[in-house]
Ligand binder design. Structure first.
Ligand SMILES: [Fe+2]
Ligand SMILES: [Fe+2]
Length: 367
């Protein structure tokens, strides 16, 4: 085992070419790149093994039943989707209308579509790793029996998510972009805060809520059927994770004092602000050497971009309302961000147990 410690996360684009992978097949050749963080975790045992909350118990049972296997339940044997075709629907390309992008040839635009996808998927891998670390902390910190079991099952879900997205990225695209600063900031905050309910709010409501909305959108626009299937399987898991957070927090937040509630409401708001800036493809902009401000404006400043960015919050706002974290003060700030209106999307908060309980369908697998 070779470990290399860094003071901060890597910044460059990393390529996984075939030669590189070949030479790294032996464990002794692999060098793990590690960044240390310290956390004052307040853990708890639970000595009462009775199960009080049936919704969590039901979620845990579903998680066990709907476990899928990233290597066996997806068909990796079919010919890879060619990198010479569009990575995602040409109608929805991130930099459409941006002059330096429009000057690229059709071929170069297609290549750019793979960079945008790789940047998105890389950050999904990093985010899933963050979720894996947080979920494992929740198993230690969550005070009740059901929540500990559920957090443990979520930990395994997140491990499979890291595995499946990373496998796709390495084997089908071949390069990996570094984590975006906003996402890293929020993960640092969640992982190092000692209050377990803040970890819950940050991960289960904000990051998971955003991820769910983003994955649904990605599933609709990516072209590779294998990747569509990956999104489908992961979405099925993430829906349970968000439900876990909402059910657990709804009950817990109601026990807090006004001051403690306001504190949590402010934290959730700040997390939303940080995450709002997460979806721009700064990585790709740097790769092409474009003017950062102008390119970012072209990507997220357009009407369509703004609408998409706001839609990402369509799952979060109703849930924040439901668990009681929309006081007057933060509501005003959400209003300014243009996302307060989503709080009344009622159907987003109704847990569709029938939908969540459906057997998994493997659209791509033919065997
Ligand atoms: Fe996940
Ligand atoms: Fe998750």
């Amino acid at each position: 085992m070779k470990l290399k410690y860094l003071d901060e996360c890597p910044k460059g684009l990393r390529y996984f070419d075939d030669d590189d992978l070949e030479s790294k097949l032996k464990p002794k050749d692999i060098e793990d790149i590690v960044e240390i963080f310290k956390t004052p975790l307040t853990g708890s045992y639970n000595w009462d093994y009775t199960e009080a909350d049936n919704r969590l118990k039901k979620l845990y049972a579903l998680g066990k039943k709907l476990n899928w296997n990233a290597t066996l339940d997806l068909d990796w044997t079919r010919d890879p989707y060619p990198l010479t075709e569009w990575a995602s629907d040409p109608e929805f390309q991130a930099f459409r209308g941006f002059e330096p992008y429009e000057k690229l040839s059709e071929e170069e635009k297609i290549e750019c579509s793979w960079h945008v996808l790789a940047s998105g998927l890389s950050n999904i891998v990093h985010g899933e790793q963050g979720a894996l670390l947080v979920a494992s902390q929740l198993a230690t910190c969550a005070p009740t029996y059901n929540a500990k079991l559920y957090a443990a099952s979520q930990t395994f879900d997140e491990a499979r998510h890291v595995e499946v997205y990373n496998k796709y990225l390495q084997e089908r695209i071949g390069w990996n972009y570094p984590i975006m600063p906003g996402l890293k900031l929020l993960l640092d905050k969640i992982l190092t805060d000692q209050r377990w309910d803040l970890k819950f709010i940050g991960m289960q409501i904000i990051i998971e809520g955003l991820a769910l909305a983003a994955f649904e959108r990605q599933r609709a626009t990516v072209m590779d059927p294998l990747l569509k299937d990956i999104f489908y399987l992961v979405i099925r898991d993430e829906a349970r994770h968000v439900t876990f957070g909402v059910n657990y927090l709804e009950e817990f937040v109601s026990t807090l004092s006004e001051e403690e509630k306001n504190d949590r409401a402010e934290f959730a708001y700040e997390a939303c602000v940080v995450m709002r800036n997460r979806f721009g493809s700064t990585n790709v902009i740097n790769h092409y050497g474009w003017d950062a401000e102008a390119a970012a404006q072209a990507q997220i400043g357009s009407e369509a971009g703004r609408l998409f960015n706001n839609l990402l919050f369509s799952k979060i706002m109703p849930n924040l309302k439901k668990i009681g974290l929309l006081n007057d003060e933060v509501s005003e700030k959400y209003e300014e961000m243009g996302i307060l209106e989503f709080k009344d999307l009622d159907d987003a908060t109704v847990t569709d147990w029938d939908e969540m309980s459906k057997p998994l369908e493997y659209a791509y697998k033919t065997a």
